[in-house]
Ligand binder design. Structure first.
Ligand code: AMP
Ligand code: GLY
Length: 425
């Protein structure tokens, strides 16, 4: 089979490495891919938002199956366009991708179907939003409605911060049209859990849980990033929490999307907060998380391509999807100094040979003649799997130490909070 994966980060590298385990796969194209992915797939210089070019490429190259990984092409309707030309794809169609594409949609859906989430108000008029934040309690959370590269969420400790957030999103249009509408919601407290799931709109199979580390620096200091590291499984996701999530959140969400005429097929990501009142939805994503995928997929025992095709064909209920329940994984992201603000690029990357239970997933790297050089904020993720979380963390850091790149940094505390919370400690 010839497969096309759309996207070009560490998440896509993890998907490709896993797809390659299936002997039926003889070629994988990655659009646009990156310098590291080029070791595992044929990278084609077409951007993930260039819908028409992607579809033409898929037709010309007789692609048998497509995997659309990032939010933008899903929200733009790439899966619908591929379906029109007869190419089966993994990912939700445009109508279903709105679950991530519009926070106003997802909040209203949760309210309508009684799915637990933070209380909220929606505003399209900045004057009304400014009036509201004069009387609301603090901290309060302000979110741009649409996609904003994970930067559209501001936690305001006081009125002044809320006012400047509203002005920046709605008046200065920092996130363009994504900020025409905003959601202002109650601040929730509790540990966060990411749960990715496979669903064909009838059956939902949660993957092993994980924990992201979003802030740039140790002890959750610094700016929010795309994610600086992950561990799986997440110790806060106990059996009891998992059952409540299934009954109160996962199944009701699938049901709600069906009732709205927006059947979701693909990977549905639940960003959850385990509050004193039980689990609540912080956000939905219509795709695999990054860098959650980098710790979840190495623990998947079942063949990924078979599960994805079962999702596309609506027969997930027939599959037995299993994960290595006795293992843990840790991913440490190595980033360019200065990330998530401005940073320099072009530093040479020296990757060590991977030992068993080690994987390096490359994100921000480009091929420059015969050298691999840095080209993005998050450069790569060093992943280790092991029999315990402690060992997975130690081994991931040992792997990081063998990677040689100038002008980089990484968090030293990935997984420490989870380790303290887990029984092994
Ligand atoms: P999101 O992009 O919606 O995942 O938000 C980014 C981060 O902001 C989340 O991972 C949380 O840490 C935080 N956050 C979002 N919404 C809330 C909320 N209602 N209460 C507390 N923290 C939140
Ligand atoms: N790691 C969070 C996300 O993928 O949105």
């Amino acid at each position: 089979m010839e497969i096309m994966v759309v996207g070009g980060g560490g998440r896509e590298h993890a998907i490709i490495r896993k797809l390659k385990e299936n002997p039926k796969v003889n070629k994988i194209y990655c659009l646009p891919g990156n310098g590291g992915i080029a070791q595992d797939a044929v990278c084609v210089n077409i951007g993930a938002k260039e819908i028409d070019k992607i579809v033409s490429f898929a037709v010309e190259n007789k692609i048998d199956y497509a995997v659309v990984a990032p939010d933008d092409p899903l929200v733009l309707g790439l899966v619908d366009e591929l379906e029109k030309v007869g190419i089966p794809s993994f990912g939700p169609n445009k109508r279903a991708a709105i679950i991530e594409g519009s926070k106003a949609f997802s909040k209203n859906m949760m309210k309508k179907y009684g799915i637990p989430t933070a209380d909220y108000e929606i505003f399209t008029d900045p004057i009304k939003a400014l009036e509201y934040v004069k009387t609301t309690s603090y901290p309060t959370v302000i979110k741009a409605d649409g996609l904003a590269l994970g930067k559209g969420v501001i936690i305001a400790e006081d009125y002044e911060t809320a006012k400047s957030a509203i002005e920046s999103i709605m008046v200065d249009k920092t996130f363009g049209d994504s900020g025409k509408t905003i959601v202002i919601e109650q601040f929730l407290v509790g540990p966060e859990v990411s749960v990715l799931s496979f669903t064909d709109g009838k059956t939902i199979v949660p993957m092993i849980s994980s924990m992201d580390h979003k802030r740039a620096h140790d002890n959750d200091e610094g700016l929010n990033t795309g994610g600086m590291g992950t561990i799986a499984p997440n110790p806060y996701y106990t059996k009891e929490v998992a059952k409540r999530c299934m009954d109160e959140i996962f199944l009701p969400t699938i049901d709600a999307m069906n009732k709205e005429g927006r059947t979701f097929k693909g990977c549905l990501y639940f960003g959850l907060m385990i509050t004193a009142d039980g689990p609540k939805v912080i956000e939905y994503n219509c795709r695999f998380g990054d860098p959650e995928t980098q710790v979840v997929l190495p623990l998947l025992k079942t063949d990924l391509l078979s599960v994805m095709m079962a999702v596309t064909e609506g027969r997930l209920g027939e599959m037995n999807v299993s994960f290595c329940e006795d293992k843990s994984a840790c991913c440490v992201i190595v980033a360019s100094n200065g990330y998530p603000s401005s940073y320099k690029k072009g530093f040479e990357i020296h990757l060590p040979k991977e030992n068993a239970n080690e994987i390096i997933y490359v994100a921000g790297a480009a091929q420059n003649e015969d050298k691999l050089v840095t080209s993005g904020g998050r450069i790569l993720g060093a992943v280790s799997t092991a029999g315990s979380l402690k060992e997975a963390i130690n081994n991931a850091y040992k792997l990081v130490e063998r990677i040689k790149i100038d002008n980089t940094f990484y968090r030293k505390d990935i997984g420490q909070r989870a380790l303290a919370a887990s029984k092994e400690n």
